[in-house]
Design a protein around this ligand. Structure first.
Ligand code: FPP
Length: 246
């Protein structure tokens, strides 16, 4: 039988547990083709389906995708509405298959600003998939890293924690990502070298992979390249690696 992936080298043993992606470049992808920006977002959504499948196949356990930031509300209304429709369509059309694949859906960000019906759909999809463990897909929607930290501080104060109780683990527990391990690898497509308010606490020791490929073109093989690159990194977490004795 033809091996599933004959085009690239074998994957490394140290597959990242958690991959987070800034799916950038949809607008430029559309512009290059003379299409409206939303066509780029639709193409990006198609691509996401492939990357989710690849995560299941390659053994990635958590995939976080930056799909709608707290700043994205400032885009033209047509684009904002279009993105909301895309989220709704994905839930309506893909939820059952994702559930069958063993995908758990979680959300990070604030749902309150979404229309009631969309908010309920998101909550229903989280509830339906809560016992799935093959892959957790964490959708960052109306998410901002600073907003997440502000929310955490407010809740810490509301809960009456004392200064001596505050430590890294407590802060992590109050973030939207509570219970989810920090990302091992963050991928940003389209060549931009910015964090853009994404997982700013959680990315303290993440490895970054930036590629000029635009998100709709970042296919399974490009994803494999990112994982192979990650496999060659030496993660030191601020420590030194002792010299090997002969
Ligand atoms: C950034 O590209 C992309 C976004 C702001 C939206 C990404 C959203 C999706 C792909 C939809 C995913 C759907 C679900 C349900 C999770 P850009 O528009 O900033 O591109 P540009 O920099 O080329 O203009």
């Amino acid at each position: 039988m033809e091996p599933k992936s004959s085009t690239l080298e074998e994957l490394p043993n140290n597959i990242p547990v958690h991959v987070a992606i800034i799916m950038d470049g949809n607008g430029r992808w559309a512009q290059k083709r003379g299409l409206p920006r939303l066509a780029g977002h639709r193409a990006g959504t198609e691509n996401l389906r492939e990357i989710i499948k690849a995560c299941v196949e390659f053994g990635v356990k958590y995939l976080t995708i930056y799909a709608f930031s707290t700043e994205n509300w400032g885009r033209p209304a047509e684009e904002v509405d279009g993105l909301m429709h895309i989220l709704e369509d994905v839930i309506d059309q893909e939820l059952e298959e994702l559930h069958q694949q063993g995908v758990q859906l979680v959300h990070i960000g604030q749902l309150e600003r979404l229309d009631t019906s969309l908010r309920e759909k998101v909550k229903k999809s989280i509830e339906l998939t809560k016992d799935n463990h093959r892959l957790t897909v964490c959708i960052a929607w109306n998410y901002g890293g600073r907003d997440e930290i502000v929310c955490a501080i407010k809740r810490i104060i509301e809960d009456g924690l004392k200064p001596e109780q505050i430590c890294d683990d407590i802060v992590s527990d109050y973030l939207f990502t509570s219970g989810i391990p920090d990302p091992d690898l963050i991928i940003r497509t389209s060549g931009e070298m910015r964090i853009s308010n994404f997982l700013i606490w959680q990315s303290a020791y993440s490895e970054w992979y930036v590629t000029p490929i635009l998100w709709p073109d970042f296919n399974r093989d490009e994803f494999r390249k990112a994982l192979i690159d990650f496999g060659q990194r030496e993660r030191r977490y601020g420590l030194v690696i002792p010299c090997q004795e002969d």
